[in-house]
Design a protein around this ligand. Structure first.
Ligand code: NAD
Length: 480
């Protein structure tokens, strides 16, 4: 059985404990590889390597860093098929989705920040004829990057790329649920000529490896994407140590469909925004609010389209949804369907497990599920489910829609469907979310600030925001 290894100081190494953990294939429910059960000793080795590498990487000219990172981006594209198949096998998502979205985006992340660093400039503040201030931006040192399982290589590289481009050395931890593409990336790092120790990847459990990253005094900044409770646990440790923190956390995103929307586009896109990646994208809209005038029509067409979505194994080119990522997550999502029924909800479509044949009979497949008839403030409508389950609720007017949309502790993304430009601006202004899409969903420009408000996070990723996060500003004031 394949053993995944840590990547420390340019070498592929077993964990110091010599212990491994089973890694499951969601499509079959079987163990197919093993990952290192690393601990603080491995983090210590990674930090030592990163500190040493920082001495030269931090003063390597930006153009040279950029060239190496661009090479890594190209290598990802050259290995697109292998990486996409590995991602689908590890995560349960359809291979076509990994090929179209996850892996190209991982390459794009490196490309974007490798070129972005060449355009990164800092401010000057002249004081008329008295003095001039200018801002120096230096890499921080050793930084930690911790990522989740839903878009494994995509989100892992979204953090690592700006950190490396800005001249930092990284100790990174992918999710233990989906470690495979990070392991494959470590092999490509050597091929790209990334110097040893610049990027170190330590696999293992969050409470051991992630915790050791949060606690290590030499790790000066942490970029984390994952659940809100985990983000709070990291902040509790890291904040008193005055580490810089970027926390991208959970969501419960609203989709607001107004009477005057472009109906066909709203239907087609809402099917995607609900069930892409089995509903396991932090940006998926899980609460659909529809204005009364179009509610019945929207509901019946939406349910009709959702019930046509094929649930199948990741290697079926016709599959619109694959398997959920793990058995515990599968059980959690199913428990929310039961909760919704207990809370008085009606399942309009879905709600049941899907049993495939043969090799796939023990995989974790669930029907795309639409639930109606729930109060906006019930648990089903307030807590993050992160699976193929959405609720649909009518609203009267803008005020009513905003009251329900803004009622959760979260504030990551939102979607507004309307052809009234003034309304789009008004609702966009008043909705509590870090990201607002009007008449579209997941249209991403990597230059834009990305992140959430309320319990969806602190800080922003993307563009120069990320490069600023991974650098330390220093003001130099020169008297004229
Ligand atoms: P998670 O919080 O369980 O795990 C995320 C990462 O943190 C993993 O690598 C995990 O091993 C690690 N971790 C766990 N416990 C830790 C600890 N005590 N200290 C340090 N690290 C620890 O999240 P998940 O289940 O992997 O991912 C799903 C969650 O991620 C959802 O809540 C989803 O909304 C969120 N998410 C947010 C965004 C965003 O951009 N805001 C994007 C994707 C996913």
């Amino acid at each position: 059985m394949e053993k995944i290894l840590n990547f420390i100081n340019g070498e592929l190494l077993p964990p110091s404990s010599k212990q491994f953990i089973d890694n499951f294939e969601p499509a079959t429910g079987r163990v197919y590889s093993q990952i290192p059960d690393s601990d603080s000793a491995d983090i210590e080795s990674a930090v030592t390597a990163a500190k040493k590498a920082f001495e030269s990487w931090s003063i390597t000219p930006a153009k040279k860093r950029s060239d190496i990172i661009l090479k890594l981006s190209n290598l990802i594209l050259e290995n697109l098929e292998t990486l996409a198949e590995a991602e689908a096998r590890d995560n349960g998502k359809p291979v076509w989705l990994a090929k179209e979205v996850d892996i190209p985006r991982a390459a794009a992340n490196f490309h974007f920040f490798a070129t972005g660093i060449l355009h990164f400039a800092s401010e000057a503040h002249p004081m008329e004829d008295t003095a001039i201030n200018y801002t120096l931006r230096s890499p921080i040192g050793v930084v930690g990057c911790i990522s989740p399982w839903n878009l494994p290589l995509y989100l892992f590289t979204w953090k690592i790329a700006p950190a490396l481009a800005a001249g930092n050395c990284v100790v990174a931890k992918p999710s233990e649920v989906t470690p495979m593409t990070a392991f494959l990336l470590s092999k490509l790092c050597n091929e790209a000529g990334l110097p040893p120790g610049v990027l170190n990847i330590v696999h293992g459990l969050g409470p051991k490896v992630g915790d050791a990253i949060s606690r290590h005094p030499s790790i000066k900044a942490i970029s984390f994407t994952g659940g809100t409770a985990t983000g709070a646990a990291i902040a509790k440790i890291a904040a008193p140590m005055f580490k810089k923190l970027s926390l991208e956390l959970g969501g419960k995103n609203p989709v607001l469909v107004f009477d005057d929307c472009d109906f066909e586009k709203a239907i087609a896109t809402t099917v995607n925004s609900s069930f892409r990646n089995q509903g396991q994208i932090c940006l998926c809209g899980s609460r659909i609010f529809v204005q009364e005038g179009v509610y019945e029509k929207f509901k019946s067409r939406f349910v009709e389209e959702v019930s046509k979505l094929k649930v199948s194994h990741p290697y079926d080119a016709e599959a619109k949804l694959g398997a959920l990522v793990s058995q515990p997550h599968f059980e959690k999502v199913k428990s929310y369907i039961e909760l919704a029924k207990d809370e008085g909800g009606t399942v309009l479509t879905g709600g049941k497990e899907v049993k495939l044949e043969g090799d796939y009979k023990n995989g974790w497949y669930l029907e795309p599920t639409v639930i109606e008839g729930l109060a906006f403030d019930c648990r089903t409508n307030q807590e993050e489910i992160f699976g193929p389950v959405v609720t649909i609720t009518p609203f009267k007017d803008e005020e009513h829609a905003l009251k329900m949309a803004n009622s959760t502790e979260y504030g990551l993304a939102s979607v507004i469907w309307t052809s009234d430009l003034k309304r789009a601006h008004r609702v966009g202004q008043n909705i509590e979310a870090g990201i607002v899409w009007v008449n579209c969903w997941m249209l991403r420009d990597l230059r834009t600030p990305f992140g959430g408000v309320k319990n969806s996070g602190v800080g922003r990723e993307g563009g120069f925001e990320a490069l600023k996060f991974f650098t330390e500003p220093k003001n130099v004031c020169i008297k004229l």
